[in-house]
Write a protein that binds this ligand. Structure first.
Ligand code: GTP
Length: 522
């Protein structure tokens, strides 16, 4: 069923459908590929931008920590011969504290762990011996150190950078330490704590134990984060990018880098949704911009489809009217501008002319007598139908060879045939172009003379009779014919009755002695 209706689709529709299908598939595929490429590009670029940003901050933090350690080292060298000079200790602590916003406080601790100088002095911890494990890290280390975050005796959440103080003879005398409060303003907070994103992006810093040191949500500072692949990697010292879900289940594009000096990690991340937010609009604008070209392409295809299919369509249409007279000329006039159409047109024209020849030959064969090439009874009937249709008056002569049996009997059938053919030729010689000659039976003939008066027809009959009489037939010699004549002047008289009258006249001619022409009396 489908196949049958499929066959009825015309070539133009087929070309158009195929072209539209190809255009839609190609465009759709291009949009999909563009979307995919843009999406991957946006994600990769964002991941890379976050990694670079995190790496830059990590590098700046490393530079800052190195510089800070250098400052502490310088102070430690100044204090090595003045650890018992409390005024000197106090002045150096103040200088270090006040020269920049690096430290929130500075303390000097002796080898026994007792705080012997502070700045600011309001700290009120001078004389206290430190006992918390975190605070004791610097004492035990006896080398430059950045502590893990801890809560100070004064209740601040901080980290401490310390440098040991040795005497000229190399004895350990204590250390000088600067503290950086993680929840207050200072240079490190300015580097790591303040960022100006407004699209849901943010940055945070973890220490070597995966504890948050800086985070935009201050309440989360101090929280330990487990099950975060970015944090796992960055504390292992790797700089990389990752797509992950944050604690709120939001998909994030994270770039991270370690701060080598402290063993911390900086993680910069942006929501994937915010990254891709503009992409749909971008693709829609690409689609809208490509519409005019798509429209003109389709219009071009449509025009081409019409142009290409027209010759074939015209050929197909005209071949369905093959029985119409003017079809061959119409087909010849079809402009077939490409090879296949031209070949097809040529083949159709050739087939049609062969067919017409064959048909007219068959028509001739079925309407003529093969021996004499005169009309047979079918041909005669066609002529009569034509006269009747056109109301064309005519005279009819029926004629018959006299004693033809004798010819056959005396000379044989072949000679008889030759006589019949010779008589047919004599009839032809006597006839006008418009006369119709017919062999109506074995040795019986009829001559139809359109638009001819009975008297004229009589003269024609007599002329023929005399010619036959005077003509020597091959082998058989001389013969005679008898003729009967009648006339049809149009309706209402039936044509058949006119033929019967002619037959009757012939019969009379035979009866009256043969070799004569008899006209019917009306
Ligand atoms: N050779 C030959 N003979 C034919 C043909 N058709 C009919 N005949 C013969 O024509 C003869 C007609 O004979 P008849 O009907 O007796 O008439 P006829 O001998 O001509 O005598 P009338 O017509 O009375 O003068 C028959 O012998 C047929 O066999 C033909 O095609 N060829």
């Amino acid at each position: 069923m489908f196949f049958r209706s499929f066959l009825k689709i015309n070539l133009r529709t087929l070309i158009l459908s195929l072209a539209i299908f190809s255009v839609v598939v190609t465009l759709g595929n291009s949009f999909y590929a563009t979307y995919k490429v843009q999406r991957t590009l946006l994600i990769d670029n964002t991941l890379e931008a976050n990694r670079v940003y995190a790496a830059k901050l990590a590098e700046m933090t490393d530079v800052f920590l190195n510089m800070t350690q250098d400052h502490l080292a310088y102070s430690a060298s100044l204090l090595s011969s003045h650890m018992s000079d409390s005024k000197m200790l106090m002045n150096e602590a103040r200088r270090l504290h006040q020269q920049s916003d690096t430290f929130n406080s500075v303390v000097v601790v002796n080898a026994e762990g007792m705080i012997i100088a502070t700045s600011p002095q309001t700290l009120a911890i001078k004389g206290i011996t430190i006992d918390s494990p975190n605070a004791q890290q610097s004492l035990k280390a006896k080398k430059p150190l950045i502590t893990d975050p801890f809560i100070s005796p004064a209740g601040n959440y901080l980290i401490s950078l310390s440098h040991p103080v040795f005497s000229a003879s190399g004895d350990y005398l204590g250390y000088i330490a600067g503290t950086i409060y993680l929840e207050q303003d200072n240079i490190l907070a300015a580097i790591l704590g303040k960022h100006y994103y407004n699209d849901g992006s943010y940055l945070y810093v973890v220490d070597r134990h995966k504890t948050l040191i800086y985070h935009p949500k201050e309440q989360r500072v101090g929280q330990k984060i487990l099950n975060n692949i970015a944090i796992d990697e960055v504390v292992a010292g790797r700089e990389n990018t990752r797509t992950l879900f944050n604690s709120e289940g939001i998909e994030m594009l994270a770039g991270f880098a370690p701060i080598q000096r402290a063993g911390w990690g900086v993680i910069a991340q942006r929501p994937k949704e915010a990254t891709l937010a503009g992409l749909d609009g971008h693709i829609i604008s690409v689609f809208i911009k490509s519409l005019p070209v798509a429209f003109f392409t389709l219009a071009g295809i449509w025009v081409s489809a019409v142009f290409i299919s027209r010759p074939l369509w015209q050929l197909a249409r005209d071949t369905t009217l093959i029985d119409k007279k003017e079809v061959q000329e119409n087909i010849s006039n079809i402009p077939s501008w490409y090879f296949e159409a031209a070949q097809l047109k040529r083949a159709i024209i050739k087939a049609m002319s062969l067919l017409n020849d064959k048909i007219s030959q068959l028509h001739n064969d079925s309407h003529t007598d093969p021996m004499t090439s005169l009309l047979n009874r079918r041909g005669m009937q066609q002529v009569l139908d034509q006269y009747q249709k056109e109301q064309c008056s005519f005279a009819v002569i029926t004629l018959d060879i006299d004693h033809f049996k004798r010819v056959n009997d005396s000379f044989g059938h072949d000679v008889g045939d030759k006589v019949i053919q010779a008589l047919a030729q004599l009839m032809r010689n006597n006839a006008r172009q418009e006369d119709a000659l017919c062999r109506s039976g074995g040795e019986e003939f009829m001559i139809f003379l359109p638009n001819t008066k009975q008297s004229t027809a009589f003269k024609v009959a007599e002329r023929l009779r005399l010619q036959v009489e005077g003509f020597e037939m091959p082998t058989a010699g001389f013969i005679t014919i008898s003729l009967g004549l009648s006339h049809w002047s149009g309706e209402p008289e039936a044509i058949n009755s006119v033929l019967k009258q002619a037959d009757k006249a012939l019969y009379l001619a035979k009866q009256q002695g043969r070799n004569r022409t008899i006209t019917t009396k009306k």
